[in-house]
Design a protein around this ligand. Structure first.
Ligand code: 0GY
Length: 309
């Protein structure tokens, strides 16, 4: 499949690219009213919103209309759309989706140090509430720390928070930098632990201590499909890691589908089954309400949040 934009550029997905599940199952678990899918993406479509020249992968298009269909099928009410590296710091596809969401989506943008205050204000008006710092080396050349510090200070003035994507092995080298960041810092996918290691071993202990010890740190307990070695549909090996976080910092965890699951090479998850995984990591109605409603509402729709945690 190829798409051509008005400049005559085509975007062929990578040869080994797995498309999102065409027909996810209806989950048996019904999310509580007001549930938020707090980590998902939109890609393109490339003929309208071209992928970034510096991208490390070319995905298949994953447009907003498909995301809304998924939201409704899974029983969610809102989305937090996270800018992915294939769009670089061109947030137009994200802004377009936010504008079409009827207020039911908020966004996490990627911005460079050269972003102007006027551009930041425009992003805010569109529904962006955070900036993503991506430290995953296979995806991006990370900006210098000084540039990130400057972005962090500027977006903090808008009340935004930061979303940090890293792999567990890189955490020790980043900790000093991360603890000085202003405001809320949300870690993607539990800091990407190696789940073949012990859940109480030194690597994951370090992550849990860091997020538990800093009241402004949050973690997404997402992406079993990305972290698991034992695989679908149960992703048993990831459960103890997510559960430990849900039980240690119940007011500071978030969950998301990660649709359309960029760079999955082993398999493409059935999103309905991912939703059915939630009760295994958040084992009471109260924990599930905090995870799926209270905490994302506090971060992304504070004007409507009512839990006051
Ligand atoms: C994810 C994961 C990935 C990609 C990106 O920004 C990105 O390109 O987020 C990944 O390949 O691990 O869903 O956050």
């Amino acid at each position: 499949m190829s798409t051509m934009n008005t400049m005559g550029t085509t975007f062929e997905p990578d040869e080994d690219w797995l498309a999102y599940h065409p027909n996810p199952s209806k989950p048996a678990f019904t999310p509580p009213p007001g549930a938020v899918d707090a980590h998902c993406h939109v890609f393109g479509p490339g003929d309208v919103f071209p992928y970034a020249p510096e991208r490390r992968y070319t995905p298949c298009d994953a447009p907003k209309e498909k995301l809304w269909q998924l939201r409704d099928r899974l029983g969610f009410e809102r989305n937090v759309i996270v800018q992915a590296s294939c769009h670089g710091s061109d947030n137009r596809a994200l802004v377009d989706a936010l504008g079409a969401s009827g207020g039911r989506a908020r966004g996490i943008a990627t911005v460079g140090a050269d972003v102007t205050d006027a551009e930041l204000r425009e992003l805010h008006a569109a529904g962006v509430r955070g900036a993503r710092f991506n430290f995953v080396k296979r995806l991006v050349d990370t900006s210098p720390r000084a540039a990130l510090e400057s972005i962090a200070a500027r977006v903090a003035r808008l009340g935004w928070h930061l979303v940090v994507y890293l792999e567990a092995g890189d955490l020790p080298g980043l900790e000093d930098f991360l603890v000085k960041l202003p405001g809320v810092v949300v870690f993607d996918h539990m800091g990407r632990p190696d789940v073949t290691r012990r859940v109480n071993g030194p690597e994951f202990d370090r992550f849990v201590r860091l997020v538990a010890g800093n009241r402004n740190f949050y973690s997404k307990v997402s992406c079993p499909e990305r972290l698991s070695i034992t695989g679908p549909p149960d992703y048993d090996d990831v459960v103890p890691f997510a559960r430990r976080l849900v039980e240690t910092i119940p007011d500071r965890v978030l969950w998301g589908t990660d649709w359309p699951h960029p760079n999955m090479k082993s398999h493409m998850p059935d999103d309905g089954m991912l939703v059915d995984w939630i009760p295994r990591i958040a084992t009471t109605p109260e924990l599930r309400r905090k995870l799926l409603v209270d905490t994302p509402m506090r971060l992304y729709w504070p004007e409507e949040a009512c839990d006051g945690a």
